[in-house]
Design a protein around this ligand. Structure first.
Ligand code: XIL
Length: 319
């Protein structure tokens, strides 16, 4: 048999994978597609391991949603990327509006990381430790973590994570960092900052939520990845989707196939790019239409779970 993950592995990568989450698993056709390891050798929970799901009130941890995805990965023999520990979004009010002082917020953050990573110790091959800490101009985003702790919240989070599960690869993950520019430079500075503090960072994730026709070229993505690899980290494409206005025109679909191929080709070309994850595999469960009004049709399977042959084959053959 053949498939997206089989081709990725044949190209020397660790996996091709998909995001998923609990609400979708009751759809048996969806579940069987997701569980087909010819296509998907890795899964990421889209929501269930975020702070608001895991620790909705202080010190009260709820793992059932995350465990469902973790157990599915084990059952299917898929790698698990765990997402995400420290993020300004999907963060409960008790953290964002808690009015904690510096020392208390550091301890709240360390306690969250320690509890969640201990629960999943040995089960996550990657952890997105910090997500989306940057503004578009490469400066630090205003968040309760940055505003209270300063830039040190990032290395503190990574040092805590490394102490809990030394075997997990620890990632910084962000979007609009896939191309050279201020935000990519900002992310490179985060890698340097973590290392300057003496903490460990293993990888940088490029979310890669792209727009048809303005996806960075393969060569631009390769040289950007190489700038990170030079700093001593691996890289991964963590949340790939390529959106268009809906309904998609045939010329948009043809361009999406090229944009997907350019992105896969970039990961293929960079030895330290370890794998690619799409942000769910079917338009039926894509986050795009809910957030970007009038856009969607961003994934290789349509709303009816049918493969879009042109896009699927473009990915397959780009590996
Ligand atoms: C999205 C989920 O897919 C949605 O279901 C949720 O409503 C919002 O978050 N960057 C990230 C992901 O790192 O966690 C986001 O996932 C998409 C953008």
């Amino acid at each position: 048999t053949d498939g997206l993950n089989i081709r990725a592995v044949a190209a020397g990568k660790q996996y091709f994978g998909s995001a998923t989450d609990n609400g979708e698993l009751s759809n048996s056709a969806y579940l069987s597609g997701l569980s087909n390891t010819a296509d998907f050798g890795q899964i990421t929970p889209g929501n269930s391991m975020k702070w608001d799901s895991i620790e909705p009130s202080r010190g009260s941890f709820s793992y059932s949603g995350g465990d469902t995805i973790q157990q599915l990965a084990v059952k299917n023999g898929q790698k698990l990327r765990c997402h995400t520990l420290v993020w300004h979004s999907q963060l409960p009010n008790w953290v964002s509006n808690g009015g904690f002082d510096n020392a208390t917020l550091i301890s709240v953050m360390k306690n969250h990381i320690t509890n969640e990573m201990t629960h999943y110790k040995g089960k996550c091959f990657h952890w997105d430790v910090v997500n989306e800490a940057l503004n578009e101009d490469g400066t630090f985003r205003s968040s309760v973590f940055y505003n209270t702790i300063g830039p040190a919240f990032i290395p503190i989070a990574f040092a805590t994570a490394a102490s809990v599960d030394p075997d997990a690869k620890l990632y910084y993950n962000d979007y609009n960092t896939e191309n050279a520019g201020s935000k990519s430079t900002g992310a490179q500075n985060i890698v340097k900052l973590i290392k300057q503090y003496g903490a460990k960072i293993d990888g940088v994730g490029f979310q890669s939520h792209f727009i048809v026709g303005s996806t960075p070229s393969q060569s631009a993505q390769v040289s950007n990845m190489n700038a990170f690899v030079s700093l001593g980290v691996e890289v991964a494409i963590t949340e790939l989707d390529i959106r268009t206005n809906t309904p998609a025109t045939s010329s948009a679909v043809a361009q999406q196939a090229k944009d997907y191929a350019a992105t896969i080709g970039a990961c293929k070309a960079v030895a330290k790019c370890v794998g690619v994850t799409i942000w769910d595999y079917t338009d039926k469960y894509s986050w795009i239409p809910g957030v970007f009004s009038g856009q969607g049709s961003a994934l290789p399977w349509d709303d009816n779970l049918n493969k879009k042959t042109d896009i699927y084959n473009a990915i397959l053959n780009a590996w």
